[in-house]
Design a protein around this ligand. Structure first.
Ligand SMILES: CC(C)(COP(=O)(O)OP(=O)(O)OC[C@H]1O[C@@H](n2cnc3c(N)ncnc32)[C@H](O)[C@@H]1OP(=O)(O)O)[C@@H](O)C(=O)NCCC(=O)NCCS
Length: 428
């Protein structure tokens, strides 16, 4: 066997992103995933029988459809023989899905695959307390009415309170927002810096929406069950955002002395995104002109009890090293904006010699990120962040923009729960 060929990113597509509880309130992640994968297949004119593998990311999965990817595959008419699995690497899940499909292609297990992710934060599982769950199980086994009712008589009022999943680290109990606050305080990221990143996110996203770049990546979503309402535009971008309005927002996670606000955080979002991947040979044989090729990627992890959101600071240099490139070679960067503080802190770390020496064990700083090449179509703060889908949005936008600007190398980075970071280098 010769050296494995490159993996081509042939096409990408996503649903509009909408605030959780908004227009997609009655849809599930499977519905959103189906809308975008169906459109990806139609637009790229790939034959469903040609697809060898479907992998999707989801972070808050539904017990009704724990393997989201399989339901999406069957729902969009991929042949039942096409295997599908769902991955959870928190906010880096869709990039992980891309990596899974790319490895299968490199290994010769598939020539064509679809990777992406979907999230419905409008449809999170609502849990009962453990005591309530025990009572239900016991009642289910009981043989008489009296025995069936007895376990409920032992419940206390607090056992009846439903529980929603928290966006918090199980190992530390800190929410992502509190971790962003801690990061801002410990690394000296000011409120002004954070608001400026949020402002740029909205300005760039507004511009990329108005000139058609972002709308070109969107599919329409016909909202079940009546299919009369059609969602065709991103719903979170605020073209009227001003620096003054951002500065006036109160801190959310540390009310007294904090700096992380609703304006400089990514919002809770519903949406889905997916990309079509092929071996270079197969893409050429079928007459496709790939948008880009996957050059290298890396995953890194830090202790969540330290600086939870600093995974990209490790993953970016690792991916660059694997790609045989330096930051200066990168023409465009798509960095997931979980919080503006996290973007600022990672950009700061990459430019820092002490970070390079103390954390990365290298003499030179990784390099200065050029803000003019970063998130040029806006970021997760403005566009939204459906956890499981964001990675595929970043790759789709990056690949399209690399082609428009004739850029040779592009970089995606994502921070993720558990202290993880994911970075991937694309080339043309
Ligand atoms: C921060 C967070 C709590 C805010 O939630 P929310 O209160 O529902 O947010 P809203 O959209 O209602 O915004 C709150 C207020 O800020 C205002 N606002 C938000 N962004 C703004 C902007 N760019 N410009 C002006 N005002 C803005 C809203 O208009 C709203 O004002 P109102 O109360 O007068 O209506 C929520 O988005 C969150 O938890 N985000 C983090 C998610 C997370 O942890 N993700 C994981 C990261 S990987």
């Amino acid at each position: 066997m010769g050296a494995p060929g490159r993996v081509a990113l042939v096409a990408g597509c996503r649903t509009p992103f909408a605030k959780a509880g908004g227009p997609f309130r009655d849809l599930t992640a499977v519905d959103l995933g189906k809308a975008c994968v169906r459109e990806l297949i139609e637009r790229s004119e790939v034959a469903p029988q040609a697809v060898g593998l479907l992998v999707m990311g989801q972070v808050v999965s539904s017990p009704r459809a724990p393997n989201l990817a399989r339901e999406v595959g069957l729902g969009v008419g991929l042949p039942p023989g096409v295997p599908a699995h769902t991955v959870n690497r928190a906010c880096a899940s869709a990039t992980q899905a891309v990596a899974d499909v790319a490895l299968a292609i490199r290994d010769g297990q598939a020539q064509v695959g679809i990777a992406g992710g979907a999230e419905s934060l409008s449809d999170v599982p609502i849990l009962h307390s453990r005591r309530m769950a025990h009572a239900l199980v016991e009642a289910g086994r009981a043989r008489s009415l009296a025995a069936r009712l007895a376990p409920f008589a032992r419940l206390r009022p607090r056992d009846l309170v439903p529980q929603t999943p928290a966006i918090a680290e199980p190992s530390t109990g800190l929410s992502m927002g509190q971790s962003a606050e801690k990061l801002a305080q410990e690394r000296g990221i000011t409120r002004l810096e954070q608001d400026e990143i949020a402002y740029r996110s909205h300005v760039n996203a507004g511009r990329a929406s108005d000139d058609g770049r972002l709308p070109a990546e969107l599919c329409k979503v016909y909202v079940a069950p009546r299919y009369e309402q059609v969602v065709e535009h991103d719903g979170l971008i605020r073209r009227d955002t001003t620096r003054e309005a951002l500065a006036a927002l109160p801190p959310v996670f540390e009310r007294r002395y904090g700096s992380v606000t609703a304006g400089n955080s990514s919002p809770l979002t519903d949406g889905a995104a997916a990309v079509l991947l092929m071996s270079e040979e197969r893409a050429k044989a079928d007459g496709y002109t790939p948008l880009a090729y996957l050059r290298a990627w890396a995953v890194a992890a830090v202790d969540p009890a330290g600086q939870l959101l600093m995974g990209p600071g490790l993953a970016i240099p690792a991916a660059l090293e694997r790609a045989g490139l330096s930051l200066a070679d990168i023409g465009l960067i798509e960095m997931h904006e979980a919080f503006a503080a996290q973007v600022a802190a990672n950009v700061q770390a990459l430019a820092s010699e002490s970070y390079a020496r103390e954390v990365l064990g290298r003499e030179q700083a990784v390099g200065q990120v050029d803000w003019e090449r970063l998130n040029v179509c806006g970021g997760s703060i403005a566009i939204g962040h459906p956890f499981g889908a964001t990675g595929a949005r970043l790759l789709t936008t990056l690949a399209h923009e690399m082609r428009r600007r004739d850029v040779g190398f592009g970089l995606v980075s994502v921070c993720a729960q558990g202290g993880m970071g994911f970075a991937m280098v694309l080339e043309r």
